[in-house]
Design a protein around this ligand. Structure first.
Ligand code: NAD
Length: 264
C-alpha cells in the first residue's frame, strides 16, 4: 500500500491503546503515506495515545469526549487551525455499561440505553456536523460496527441495537453528504480482544466460537481491519458509499454453524 494515502490528512478517533482497532487503522494509513491526527477521550487515555501519535509522526488533535459538545468543537477547531482541511475521518468509539453487556437485552435500563445510543451512535452524526466543512475536496468517513447489529449475539444486547442504528446512520449520512463527495462507510469487524470488548460477557468464548466457525478459521486482527480500512479511506473505493463491509474471516456468510469447537 506504499504511497496509496500520500497527500492525505485525516483524523482517527478512538485509540485507547495499541490493541485498539483505531490504532490498527491509524498505523495502516500512516504506513501508506497519510498524515494522521489522533483524538483521545480524556487525560487517562492521553498518556497512552501521545506516544502512539508520536510513533506515527502525526499530531495529537487533542482531547475529544463525544459526550461533551464543547470538547468536539475544540478538537475540530484545533484541526482547522492546524491543517485547514481533512480528507478522511475514522470513528471507532462505543460505550455501554458492562453490567448490561451480559444477561438479557430486555433488562436494559433507560439510562444506559440513552447513554449507549448517544456515545455509540449519535457521536458519528455530531462529529460529522463539525467535520463536513473541513472536507472541502470531498472525503471518506469510516465507522466500526459488528454483526450483532444484524443478528442476535449473546450478551451484545443494547450494543447490538446501537450498531443497527449506527449502520442506518451510515446510509443517511451517505445521502446527505454524497453531494459534497463525502463518502460514509462502515467496517463490520469480527471479535477482537480490546479494552471495549473485555466488557462483553463470555468474550473469550465468542472469540473462539468465531475462530472455529469462520470460513478462514482464524480470529480477526487489527492489522486486517487496518488494511481493509485503507481501501475504504483511499480513492480505490471512490465509487463506494453507504456500505457495510465485513472483515470477519467470513463468519457472517455461514448459515449453519458447527457444534462446539473442541477446545471451548
Ligand atoms: P477500544 O476500547 O480500544 O476503543 C473504544 C474507544 O472508544 C476508546 O478509545 C474510548 O476512549 C472511546 N470512547 C468511549 N467513550 C468515549 C467518549 N465519550 N468520547 C470519546 N471516545 C470515547 O475498543 P475497540 O474494540 O477498538 O473499539 C473501537 C470500535 O470498534 C467500537 O465502535 C467497537 O464497538 C467496534 N468494534 C469492536 C469489535 C471488537 O471485537 N473489539 C468488533 C466490531 C466492532
Amino acid at each position: 500500500a506504499t504511497g496509496l494515502m500520500n497527500g492525505k490528512r485525516g483524523v482517527v478517533m478512538g485509540v485507547a491503546n495499541n490493541r485498539s482497532i483505531a490504532w490498527g487503522i491509524a498505523k495502516a494509513c500512516a504506513d501508506a503515506g497519510a498524515e494522521v491526527a489522533l483524538t483521545y477521550q480524556n487525560d487517562a487515555v492521553k498518556k497512552r495515545v501521545e506516544p502512539l501519535a508520536a510513533e506515527l509522526g502525526g499530531i495529537a488533535a487533542g482531547q475529544c469526549d463525544v459526550n461533551d459538545p464543547a470538547s468536539i468543537d475544540q478538537a475540530f477547531e484545533n484541526l482547522r487551525e492546524e491543517w485547514g482541511s481533512i480528507d478522511f475521518l475514522v470513528h471507532a468509539i462505543a460505550f455501554s455499561d458492562r453490567d448490561e453487556l451480559t444477561g438479557r437485552y430486555i433488562d436494559t435500563s433507560r439510562d444506559n440505553f440513552q447513554r449507549t445510543m448517544d456515545i455509540s451512535v449519535y457521536s458519528l452524526t455530531s462529529v460529522m456536523q463539525r467535520a463536513e466543512s473541513l472536507m472541502n475536496d470531498g472525503g471518506s468517513v469510516l465507522t466500526l460496527t459488528y454483526y450483532g447489529a444484524e443478528k442476535v449475539m449473546p450478551h451484545y444486547n443494547v450494543m447490538g441495537v446501537a450498531k443497527a442504528a449506527l449502520e442506518a446512520s451510515v446510509r443517511y449520512l451517505a445521502v446527505d453528504l454524497g453531494v459534497k463527495k463525502i463518502r460514509v462507510n462502515a467496517l463490520s469487524a469480527g471479535p477482537i480482544r480490546t479494552l471495549a470488548a473485555s466488557a462483553i460477557g463470555d468474550f473469550r468464548y465468542i472469540l473462539k466460537w468465531n475462530e472455529y466457525n469462520a470460513p478462514l478459521k482464524k480470529a480477526t486482527t487489527i492489522e486486517e481491519v487496518g488494511d481493509s480500512a485503507l481501501y475504504l479511506l483511499s480513492d480505490l473505493s471512490r465509487g463506494v458509499t453507504g456500505e457495510v463491509h465485513h472483515v470477519d474471516a467470513g463468519y457472517h456468510t455461514v448459515g449453519m454453524k458447527a457444534v462446539d469447537a473442541p477446545d471451548i
